[in-house]
Design a binder for this molecule. Structure first.
Ligand code: FAD
Ligand code: MG
Length: 293
């Protein structure tokens, strides 16, 4: 099947990218493996009109609205390979089928590499979070922990007192003395004892056996693209303080002609509203490029 645009990733960014193309009556396929980054959290916060809605419900409604357009197809698959061909791209899905498209929009999100601390992964998105804007308010100004697993985490620790009584767990991560002084001035407690395990709701069991009870914990992750086919396409990748992202211009064009990227895969730090905004731009820019080249 020959499409105008293939969109890889059918979550907030990909569905949003499809909308302007659908409304321009262009033939679009959205290919989605169903692994949203926020699938570990039940509710999503901070997106206007949907603050506190179920994260899955936002996607469900978006999918219904986008697929109502006759020229949009959906494929529940995983893209494993993409090749440049005459006039566009050949997209291989699950190694069982293949489509071609004149333009490509990568909306595949990122993979969070969690800090390796016992008890952390199973609490991810439930009582351990990556973003205070998304989940800080619901902690009701309670006791908050932040694990110093990156430079970004120490920076976040400076912000967290706005959301509650904050403890920074150094866990052996080197934080500059100057920043430690600033943290103390902000009222942050700096805990030097090593974390053994996270237990209960979000309590920290320290190496010496003592337990610090908390209402929630924040931890930064390393954001990785983790997909061979993206690297093989040759899109320029940029490193940032949170990991890596596909480099795009203001129109969400990548360094490779005909390929656009939007959402978490193409920005530093991400959120549902930012993914939706990026997607709108990528969809409109891909449409424009079909006409003007
Ligand atoms: P994603 O939502 O990650 O979607 C990418 C999609 O592409 C997935 O469905 C995936 O399966 C698919 N895909 C990837 N590779 C392929 C492939 N090769 N072939 C086919 N499909 C593929 N943000 C907020 O604004 N509010 C919140 O409350 C909030 N809470 C969060 C809670 C947690 C625990 C986490 C980790 C994040 C949270 N976020 C929140 C951030 C939010 O999840 C992301 O910013 C958002 O999901 C980015 O949307 P996206 O469309 O770019 O990528
Ligand atoms: Mg349809």
């Amino acid at each position: 099947m020959q499409y105008d645009v293939a969109i890889i990733g059918g979550s907030y960014a990909g569905l949003s990218a499809a909308m302007p193309l659908a409304r321009a009556c262009r033939k679009v396929v959205i290919i989605d493996a169903g692994q949203r980054r926020n699938r570990f959290a039940e509710h999503s916060h901070g997106f206007l009109t949907q603050d506190g809605s179920r994260a899955s419900e936002i996607v469900h409604i978006a999918k219904q609205q986008v697929l109502a357009y006759q020229t949009v197809d959906w494929d529940d698959g995983r893209v494993k390979r993409v090749e440049k061909v005459d006039g566009g791209f050949a997209v291989c899905i699950d190694a069982t089928r293949s489509i071609t498209a004149k333009r490509l929009i990568i909306a595949a999100g990122i993979t969070d590499q969690l800090p390796e601390i016992s008890g952390l992964a199973e609490r991810w998105g439930k009582s351990i979070f990556h973003c205070p804007y998304c989940h800080g308010y619901e902690l009701n100004q309670g006791k908050i922990g932040i694990i110093a697993s990156s430079e970004h985490a120490a920076h976040m620790a400076m912000m967290l007192p706005d959301w509650g009584n904050t403890t920074l767990f150094l866990n052996d991560y080197p934080v500059a003395d100057e920043l430690l002084d600033q943290l103390t001035t902000r009222g942050v407690t700096v805990e030097k004892r090593f974390i053994q395990q996270i237990i209960g709701h979000s309590d920290v069991l320290l190496a010496d056996g003592s337990v610090i009870q908390l209402d929630g914990i924040f931890a930064t992750t390393k954001c990785t693209i983790a997909q061979e086919w993206i690297f093989k396409l040759g899109c320029e990748i940029e490193q940032n303080t949170m990991g890596e992202a596909i480099k795009t211009n203001a129109m969400k064009e990548t360094s490779v002609t005909g390929i656009f990227a939007c959402g978490d895969v193409a920005r530093l730090g991400g959120s549902v509203p930012l993914a939706v905004g990026d997607g709108t731009m990528a969809g409109a820019a891909a449409h424009r490029s079909l006409i003007f080249g």
